[in-house]
Design a protein around this ligand. Structure first.
Ligand code: ASP
Length: 327
């Protein structure tokens, strides 16, 4: 009797999930995209544009919630522990793969606590400085940093952020330690840079290209191996050509659901994501900010997960080697 009862309970639960998935999404219940950094920053920007592009193909509204702090791990953890019902997803960047090497104790397991929905885009980074910094190109900047050893400060969005990774690699490449100033996202870091409160910031072009164009900040270099074609950025040297051989950081963003989200729900979310990635409006917005929308097979969950596993393996040893420099 007991066995019969528990069997029928399992069947009921299974039936319940399926009925639920068939009804998904409920057009009156918004889907929350958790962004683990502040509003107005580059990750937030991708999420808001994506929310708009996914709305039609998914047939539901998507809203952004900024759950900030600890370099993105607080928002990621909140999503990992959220109800796996398709109404909470996470938009995060390369920090998904670098945080495990940076934190002694992680509150979630990157590969096992999420369902992978697909990658979204790749975004280069730029090394920028306060507008009154007395250097006008990378060579002058390198000399200025050397002259001011010990007093140069560098903003970032916390341990595990893309800006943190870039700053860590930069300090390691030039063998000079800087004072790092952590924020909860690079939107407030950008404000302080423009106001001259911090000296340097390395951030995604999705946050920096308009400020570079408006000359609100000084731009010194890009972090990709090739120069960029975006008009505002095309004259910037790469750090590699400026003498930091092999320097390369490119940021990717991906979409995740909590582990255990029903397969039908995941399929609907993935399909809507893939439709958004083909939306000419979305592609145009991203291109204008120097980002490249994903088109290869990593737009699918299985390949996305494989890629993140390979990034964890790639960045772990690099971070450990560079890790003697300031956070
Ligand atoms: N660009 C930030 C980072 O350094 C995050 C953000 O504010 O979007 O990771």
């Amino acid at each position: 009797m007991k066995k019969l009862l528990s069997l029928s309970m399992v069947a009921w639960a299974f039936w319940g999930v399926n009925v639920y998935a068939a009804d998904y999404p409920n057009k009156d219940k918004p889907i929350t995209i958790v962004v683990p950094f502040t509003a107005g920053g580059p990750t937030d920007r991708v999420a808001r544009d994506l929310a708009e592009a996914m709305r039609k193909p998914l047939g539901a509204n998507l809203v952004v919630e900024n759950v900030v702090g600890a370099g993105g791990t607080i928002g990621a953890n909140k999503t990992a522990k959220a109800a796996p019902d398709g109404y909470t997803v996470l938009l995060h960047h390369i920090g998904m793969a670098t945080s495990p090497a940076l934190y002694r104790k992680m509150p979630y397991d990157t590969l096992n606590d999420f369902e992978y929905l697909g990658l979204i885009n790749e975004v280069p980074m730029t090394l920028i400085g306060r507008p009154n910094l007395p250097a006008n190109n990378y060579k002058e900047l390198a000399a200025w940093i050397a002259q001011n050893k010990g007093s140069v400060n560098l903003g970032n969005a916390g341990l595990g952020a893309a800006s943190h990774l870039c700053g860590l690699l930069f300090q390691s490449a030039i063998q000079i330690d800087m004072t790092t100033v952590p924020y909860k996202g690079t939107a407030p870091a950008m404000n302080d840079l423009m106001g001259g409160q911090i000296d340097l910031l390395c951030d995604q072009t999705t946050n920096t290209s308009s400020q570079i164009e408006a000359k609100s900040v000084k731009a010194f270099a890009v972090t990709t191996l090739k120069r960029l074609s975006t008009p505002a950025l095309k004259d910037l040297p790469t750090l590699n050509e400026a003498g930091l051989k092999g320097f390369e950081v490119s940021i990717w963003h991906g979409l995740y659901a909590p582990k255990g989200t029903p397969p039908d729900v995941l399929a609907k979310l993935s399909k809507a994501l893939q439709a958004a990635l083909k939306d000419p409006e979305f592609i145009k917005k991203e291109q204008g900010l120097g980002a490249v929308v994903m088109t290869d097979k990593r737009i699918e969950g299985a390949e996305h997960k494989k890629f993140v596993a390979s990034e964890i393996a790639k960045w772990g040893p690099i971070i450990k080697e560079a890790g003697t420099y300031a956070d």
